[in-house]
Each structure stands twice: as C-alpha cells, then as structure tokens.
Ligand binder design. Structure first.
Ligand code: PRX
Length: 625
C-alpha cells in the first residue's frame, strides 16, 4: 500500500519508466496457478491488449480461498436489507467460500460450463454477489443486467451475448416498492431462444408464473454439495460482459478478462481507499453497474476487506437511511454518487446530525463530476472536515479507477479527480489530436494500456476500434473532456459525445430517440441533456409529430411510457417538447450543440444559426419552451 506522497511520486515514476516491471511486481502478490510468460502485449492500432500473457488463475481463489487460512471468520459481506427491521447478515469468508462453491456446483448441475454466458438479473441481495463469484469459479462469463432495466432491454442483452442461463428472483424490494423481476424476466424470455434454464431465487415470496425451464434456486441448492475446485482460467479468458450505453441504439457489451481485471481492481481498491484490516467499507452502488462489480465484489474481496451490500434506497424509510446504516455498522469508508449527495443535501442537516458518524474515515464519489456545493456539503456534514474525499474517475470500459487521489495520502482538490493512478498515462488532446502540455483544457485520452482496460465489445471488435481507438490514433479515447491545473490535477468537465449522465447513469441519447420514434405519431426526435440540480443532467426530448393536434399530455405520457418499456424508467425524459422541425445543417445533420444550448436556456450562446437549413425553428423552439 502506498503510504506517503513521496512514495506515490516514486511509484508513479517507476510505473511510467517501466510499466511491465511495475505491473509484474504488483501481479506477483496474487495467487497464480501458473505464471505469465509476458507481462504485456499490445497494439492500439488493431486494437489488441493482453496482460500477463499465458498466466493461469482463478479470481475466486484470490477473493476467497486465499483468505481462508488467515481470516476465515472475518465478515466478507455485510448485508443490510431494504427493510431496516430485517436482520442484517454477516457472511464470513469461510461461509462465502462455501456458498460460492455450492452455487457454482448448482450452475454446473444445470448445464453451465466454462465459456457459457450467464445473465444475472437480480436484486441487491448476497446471492447476487455469490452468483457472480460462482460464475467466475467455473469460468462461465457473467453478464449482470441492472434490475431496473425493462424486459426489452434485458432481452436485447441476453440475445446479444447468447446467454444460455438466466439467474433471477421472484421479486426485489426497493424502498416501499416491490419490483416483479420474474414477471419482467418472463416477458424478456419470450424473445430469447438461447436460454434453456432459469434459476429463480425466492426473495419477496410474491406469486410468480412458472415455465418449463424454471427452477427454484433453494430447491436446486438442497441437492448440491460445496466442494468445487476452481476452474483454471487463462489470464485473457473473459471474466464478464457488462453493457454500457453508446452513441448508437445498441448497447455495448464490454468484455473484461480475468488476470488484468483482478490485478487492477485489487490494486486500486487498496491504494485509493487505504482500507485497514478492521475497516468496514460501504459502496452504495448496485452490482448491476461496473462500480458494484469492481468495488463491491472483486476489489474489496481480493483485499480481504469487509464489503457492505445494501438492498435499499437512500430515501427509505426516511432520508437519513445512509447515515443510519453508517452508524449501525460503524462504516469507515463510504463511497457514493454525487446525485445521491445532491438529493440528500436538500433535506435538513439534522437528518445527518442525529446519527453518530464518528466511525467514518474516508469518503468517495463516483459516476459524474461532483459540483463544488455537493463536495463541500459532503465534506462538512458527513465527513465533519475530517475525512479525505476521493473523487474517482473511471468507466465501465476502464474496469477500475484511473484518476483519483489516494485517501489521506495525496492531496485532494474539490471538484478535481486529481492525479492518475500509478501506471496510468493520461494526456489532454486538442481537437487536432495534439497533446496539450501543462495547464489547459481539452479531450482526455490515455496513451498506454493499464491491466483492466476492456478488451473488446462482445461480438463487435470493429465497433470497439471505432469508438475508442479511431478518433485519436495511438490513444484510448474515453469520451470525456477535462481540464488540468498547473499541478497536473484533472477535473473532468463532462462527456464530449452523445452520452448523458443522468443521476450517475450513463445513457445514450440514440436508444431513447429510437424508443420515442416507435410512437406512430412521431416523425423524428432528438434527445439532449441539460443541467439539473439533483440529477446532474436531465433529458430534454424534442419531437416532431404528425399533427400539432397530437401535442398534449397524453402523447407525452405515452412517449415516457415507451422509453420506460424499451429501456427502463431511468431513461424517461424530464421534458418533452413538440416542435415543427429540428435545427439541421445543410447536409441534414441535427445540430445537437444548438439543441443542448436551447435545452439549457443558454440563448446567448447559440452562435451563428443563419447557416442552418432551417434557422426559423430555433426561434420557434425558444418561444414555445
Ligand atoms: O463521464 C464520465 C463519468 O461517467 C462516465 C462513465 O460511466 P460508467 O461507464 O457508467 O461508469 C460509472 C462508474 C465508474 C465517464 O465517462 N464519470 C465517472 N466518474 C466520474 C465521472 N465524471 C466526473 N468525475 C468522476 N469522478
């Protein structure tokens, strides 16, 4: 663990000078079934990246088996249920190991084998983490789909990866609501021919329909023993697929592999959070997102930490639930999203003050830029000016944190993610693709691979190349803009493509437009983001309809329902505006830049609109807003 600023500087310099030697040393701390022959083999022009080439391992041995000798009775997963009156569960490393092995055997007994894709559509209960690890144990590739996605979105993801099995639950508790997961899964499976087994966990006990491929999880487990040797995996075998939004309608199934992902998530967890043996670490994300994969499951467990899984929401039963849970479990590390902070900041601070938060040592932020107000509120009311805040910048594609301060070790700067991790070579580019030296603002790019970079998009390597490696040859292009101060600290300024981060969720505008265009009365639509004080960004949809008579609340509700059905409720636009035209260039391209300014009400920053094909629509949009 890096313990001081000077050690951080030395480590970063060492990693820059000799990346292979540096990562090879980091990787040697893990348990490998056989060593790698070459540390790194890469060519960004293909693009191809391979780490720890030829090495054999199983990530679950590193997350579980290796801790059995030293700390079998330490809590691995601390589960806090949605309902605060339901007892929390402390699952020890020994017990977790046993349950993962048993679940792995259950998967195999139902036909799963190495290389199969298994879709997981589950609530935030321990069995979700166990299922993820059970897949990894047998070498099946897990594809977790966030339980807030709709049946259509679930089916698209199952079909894209040709999953042979679905793991789900009867339902899930989420605040005062119950989500009918099995019903949604049933709906999805009507259009998924590759799934031949659906294992159903009992969580809510609600009634469910039963199909020929369905089996109850608990009944299957009863027949199964818990001896399950870990499958031998190549370092570059896929560990999982996780879908993220892109600028076209189809989600991108990012593929992460076993060796590099393990080394990088474990290394960054250890150094960013600086967790000590008796600490209790809580990341409030859902395992359906990359944050949950890397920093609820794999990173913490690879370090033998205690990781909290929370089933509920920050507002249930009241807006002090986060603080109540922190006090109840003596949380030392609390990692959440700016959108949650902004939502909680709206409530009286007495809700924070009534709980004893003295156990807290480190706070974290992830998923979107944290604005100054939220940063200071977090620092003052939650951290009592006594906890370093790590603002961690990364992506589904990067697998782990690329830019962040190290808690209490490197300096923090409000609203800045600060410095890259050792071994991460971040640069700023201008529009021509030239590197900007020193202070400046531009496009963020990375010029050397780190171990957990996604290796491809499942089934579409060409798209992987086009999206991430073509705009600026020789660099990985994440799609974010950034500025850099004189000390080299980075502040992420936001997306530079058609992805909008709403409440920390990465949403492509194209799939939302496609959903809106499905409506028989809609001719064309364009969706853009605009600043929102709680969500960070919200969505503004512009729609051209067949007849102006259609411009009414019923239509808008139908459009919102279509989006919820096709993608999920998180993608519903806040505003829908019916327009007679969309601002277009003479070649017919929609001018999204102008729509973004219009949605934000920044009329004085529209620039010259006279060269548009239809400048009159700009005036009309302003008038009708
Ligand atoms: O725009 C950046 C923003 O979230 C995007 C990645 O989203 P996703 O793949 O869903 O992963 C989210 C969790 C890692 C990035 O391209 N983002 C993430 N973290 C930050 C951020 N923007 C600013 N500051 C951050 N700390």
């Amino acid at each position: 663990m890096i313990n001081s600023l000077s050690e951080f500087k030395v480590t970063s310099a060492k990693a820059l000078e000799n990346p292979d030697g540096f990562w090879s040393e980091v990787a040697s701390e893990f348990h490998w079934k056989s060593p790698w022959k070459q540390t790194l083999d890469y060519d960004f022009s293909k693009p191809e990246v391979k780490w720890f080439v030829g090495g054999k391992l199983n990530i679950t041995e590193n997350c579980l088996d290796r801790h059995l000798a030293t700390q079998p009775n330490k809590t691995a997963i601390l589960f806090e249920p949605n309902d605060p009156t339901e007892t929390a569960q402390h699952i020890t490393y020994k017990e977790l190991h046993k349950r993962v092995c048993q679940t792995a055997n259950m998967l195999m007994a139902n036909g799963a084998k190495k290389g199969d894709r298994i879709c997981i559509y589950m609530p935030m209960v321990p069995e979700l983490a166990i299922a993820v690890l059970a897949c990894a144990r047998i070498g099946a590739i897990h594809s977790v789909v966030f339980a807030g996605f709709s049946a259509t979105a679930l089916a698209a993801r199952i079909n894209d990866a040709s999953c042979s099995m679905l793991l789900t639950a009867d339902g899930g508790f989420r605040g005062a609501k119950t989500i009918a997961l099995k019903e949604i899964a049933d709906d999805a499976l009507t259009s998924c021919s590759t799934v031949n087994c659906c294992l159903v966990l009992q969580r809510t006990q609600q009634e469910v329909q039963w199909n020929s491929i369905d089996k109850w999880w608990h009944e299957e487990l009863e027949k199964i023993d818990d001896n399950c040797p870990a499958e031998v995996m190549d370092s570059e075998d896929p560990l999982f697929i996780l879908y993220t939004s892109g600028s076209t309608g189809k989600p991108k199934g990012m593929v992460h592999t076993c060796g590099g992902y393990m080394v990088y998530t474990a290394y960054t967890f250890k150094n960013v959070f600086q967790c000590q043996p008796n600490d209790v670490y809580w990341c409030t994300a859902d395992i359906g997102w990359i944050t949950g994969h890397s920093y609820i499951v794999y990173g913490p467990l690879a370090n033998g930490a205690t990781t909290v899984m929370f089933e509920g929401v920050p507002s249930y039963p009241a807006f002090d639930r986060f603080w109540e849970v922190c006090a109840k479990h003596n949380i030392t590390h609390f990692y959440t999203a700016p959108t949650a902070i902004r939502a909680l900041e709206k409530h009286p601070t007495s809700l924070v003050e009534k709980h004893d938060l003295s156990s807290l040592k480190v706070l974290g932020s992830v998923g979107e830029p944290i604005n100054a107000e939220a940063w200071h509120w977090y620092d003052k009311h939650v951290g009592k000016h006594n906890c370093p805040i790590v603002d961690t910048w990364w992506q589904t594609e990067t697998g782990g944190i690329l830019i962040s301060s190290l808690a209490g070790v490197t300096p923090q700067k409000p609203t800045f993610a600060t410095l890259p991790m050792p071994g991460v070579q971040t640069v700023l580019l201008n529009n021509e693709g030239d590197e900007i030296e020193g202070e400046g603002e531009g496009i963020l790019a990375i010029k050397h691979p780190w171990p957990s970079i996604a290796r491809t998009i499942w089934g579409d390597h060409e798209r992987y190349k086009n999206v991430y490696f073509s705009a600026y040859p020789g660099y990985y292009f994440p799609g974010d803009g950034a500025l850099r101060d004189a000390e080299g600290n980075f502040r992420i300024t936001g997306r530079v493509d058609d992805v909008v981060i709403v409440s920390g969720h990465n949403l492509g505008t194209a799939p939302i437009e496609n959903a809106i265009n499905e409506h028989p009365n809609v001719v064309e639509s364009a969706v853009v983001g605009f600043p929102h004080d709680v969500k960070g960004n919200a969505l503004h949809a512009f729609a051209i309809v067949r007849s102006r008579a259609d411009d009414n609340e019923t239509l808008k509700n139908e459009l919102r329902a279509l989006v919820a059905k096709t993608i999920g409720p998180i993608a519903k636009p806040d505003r829908i505006q019916v327009v007679s035209g969309l601002p277009k260039t003479r070649s017919g391209k929609i001018m999204r830049r102008i729509l973004r300014k219009l949605a934000a009400g920044e009329y004085d920053q529209l620039g010259d609109v006279s060269t548009l094909l239809n400048p009159e629509v700009v005036e009309e949009i302003k008038q009708n807003k």
